[in-house]
Design a protein around this ligand. Sequence first.
Ligand code: NI
Length: 227
Amino acid sequence: MLIAIDQVLSLDEVRQFRQVLDAAEWEDGLNTAGTLARAVKRNQQLPDGCDTAVQLGQHILRRLAAHPLFISAALPSKIYPPKFNRYTGGGTYGAHVDSAVMQIPGTQLTLRSDLSATLFLAEPDEYDGGELEIEGPFGVQTVKLAAGDMVLYPSSSLHRVTPVTRGARIASFFWIESLVTDDGERTLLFDLDQAIQELTPSTDADDPRLLKLSGIYHNLLRRWART
Ligand code: NI
């Protein structure tokens, strides 16, 4: 499932992020590229663990923790500390699949990447190109969202960022280990949860049909969750 989550950050928050990011020291993205990625990665990143990345990343994580649509879609058990990248002057990232297992920086913990997230921090009219192209069962989907919006997609997908031919594409990106590894199972839970949420305002809270649906949701989650 590919899902866009609107306004993870408000326009005010994006403005504050950009004041910091536009003045930040970026480094070559090749510094953190694996052997295969070196051939296709042309971008810049904030150094892992620098104050700017840590502070902005923690702000994003606080917003996500309070975002019902994100929780419902991702069912997160671990989130990688958000990273930041910048594509400019023809910068691009050719087709690749993200690493499956990652070490969380500064810890001995590992994270299995079930979902990949990109939070856009530049408006679409600030740059040409820079589309995120994700291959899925129904072909390639092209994603270029408003600043503050985020896309979630299965980390198993082949994806690329097309060359940025004008301006700069600035984004945060990170990975999520989900309680439910399988994308099909997680999508069913999300659809069921959203249907229950849509019924709730027009249904009595103790309506037995609503209680039954809610019970099915939790019993499927119990069956599929790995904690
Ligand atoms: Ni990637």
